[in-house]
Structure formats: C-alpha cells, structure tokens
Design a protein around this ligand. Structure first.
Ligand SMILES: [Zn+2]
Length: 206
C-alpha cells in the first residue's frame, strides 16, 4: 500500500465517455499541483502517469521531478497485484482528461490616464489552502504569462465584512509568498500601479 501524507488533497473523477478514471493529488508541501494516472479499459492494467500544467511553467518541471518516481512505483505495485499486460503491443493512451469547465473570474486593472491594462486579479473562492491556490496558479498560467501583467490570485474573504482580510498570492512577474491582507493593505498597491503607469518619471523625481 502507498500511503499519502495527510495534507495531500486527493480527488477522483470519471473520464469523459466513461472509459476510466482520472486521479489527481495536490501536495502543498511541495508547493505544486495536480498529477494524473489513467487506466485504459483496452489494456486493463495499463497506467500512464502524467504531470498536469503548461510546459512553459517552471512549476510543471518541479511537479514532474516529484511525481514521476511516485507514478512509476504506483504502476509497479499495480502490476504486482493485477499482473503484467498480456498484450505487448504499444498502448496508445486516451486523450488527456479535460478539466471541468469551471469559469475563473478575473479582472484587469487599468491606468487612470491612458486606460492601458496594468494588473490582473484572479478571484479564487475555492482557494482555501496552498494546494488549491496552486491549482488556480497552474490553470491560469497560460493567461497571466501571455498578458505579462502583475497578477494576484485572491482567495475567499476571511469574513463577511468589507474590511475582512483574504489570502492573496502574487504569481506574476515573480512568485511571492502567500500573504493575508485586508483591502486597506492591498488596494494601495493597485492604486500605485494605476496611477504611475503614465507618470513613472515624475514619481521618481519626487
Ligand atoms: Zn497610462
């Protein structure tokens, strides 16, 4: 048996078309995201191991280093239980699972003078722990790396009041540690970006 540490989030979903299961494990202790094992019904014991994420995202390589030895060990133990495939022809695994079509709400902040975009906010009500923040960071990577704007992922508010804090993760242009901030602490950063876009020199002279 492979036992997983208690802080790993583990989810199983059926593959589209009912031809197997996809499993994903999210591990906050490696600050990385989801990985998948897929079983093909045509070759009952075949398992393919994949690492989810944009190939350009440096975190995808981190996930691969951590997950691949685990995936190979899972495959080895599965073969011990159910036997090696009798059909030795190469197996073409099914297409990668499509992630559920959850719409992630985001907002682009604009320069107060020329209306150019200066920052992006990603609203992540489901980001209740570091692993789930990593899920949002992984899934939104193609979007924020393409826009190349300072980007924050904002978790659920800690309470119902307008001044209640939220966990906030800056993911672009550099990854910062998760911070718990109130609107009064966070909004001035956005105001500075919106106000300084067309006046960077003037601000420097002061
Ligand atoms: Zn501007």
């Amino acid at each position: 048996m492979i036992s997983l540490p208690p802080d790993i989030t583990f989810e199983k979903r059926p593959l589209p078309g009912g031809n197997g299961l996809t499993s994903s494990a999210t591990a906050p202790w490696v600050r990385s995201g989801a990985s998948c094992c897929r079983a093909c019904p045509e070759a009952a014991t075949h398992i393919s191991c994949e690492v989810a994420g944009d190939p350009a995202d440096p975190r995808t390589a981190e996930r691969r280093v951590i997950f691949e030895p685990l995936g190979l060990e899972i495959a080895r133990q599965m073969e011990q239980i159910v036997g090696s495939p009798t059909d030795k022809r190469p197996i073409v695994p099914p297409a990668p699972p499509v992630e559920p079509g959850e719409v992630v709400e985001s907002k682009l902040m604009q320069c107060s003078t020329c209306n150019a975009f200066v920052a992006m906010l990603v609203f992540a009500p489901g980001a209740t722990d570091t692993g789930r923040f990593e899920d949002y960071a992984r899934r939104m990577y193609p979007e924020y790396s393409r826009r190349d704007l300072p980007t924050w992922i904002i978790g659920p508010a800690s309470g119902p009041g307008p001044e209640d804090s939220a966990d906030i993760l800056q993911v672009w242009p550099t990854r910062k540690p998760l911070q718990r901030l109130t609107p009064a602490q966070f909004n001035p950063r956005l105001d500075r970006l919106a106000g300084s876009h067309c006046r960077p020199r003037k601000n420097n002279r002061r």
